[in-house]
Unconditional design. Structure first.
Length: 82
């Protein structure tokens, strides 16, 4: 784990998709299959580890995972504001 949780998120995605190359902040991670159904559960576990909070499946919205910007806004910026 690094000091920047978004760096860990990028590393997770690129580790599973080395052909992607550059991950743009607005890239649609769902449509591009950068995060697919097989990796999604592991990705949720990573986010829980990085945020230190459990993620309730009832509260999940697919749009929260669409881009790096969306992930950062939902899981990291909200926490910084609180």
């Amino acid at each position: 784990m690094t000091a920047d949780p978004m760096q860990d998120v990028r590393a997770f995605i690129l580790e599973r998709n080395p052909t992607i190359g550059l991950l743009a902040p607005q890239m649609d991670l769902i449509d591009s299959r950068a995060i697919n159904s097989l990796a999604f559960v592991d990705f949720i576990f990573l986010l829980e580890e990085l945020t230190g909070e459990l993620i309730d499946p009832e509260d999940l919205d697919l749009d929260d995972f669409r881009s790096l910007d969306a992930i950062e806004a939902r899981f990291f910026k909200q926490k910084a504001v609180q």
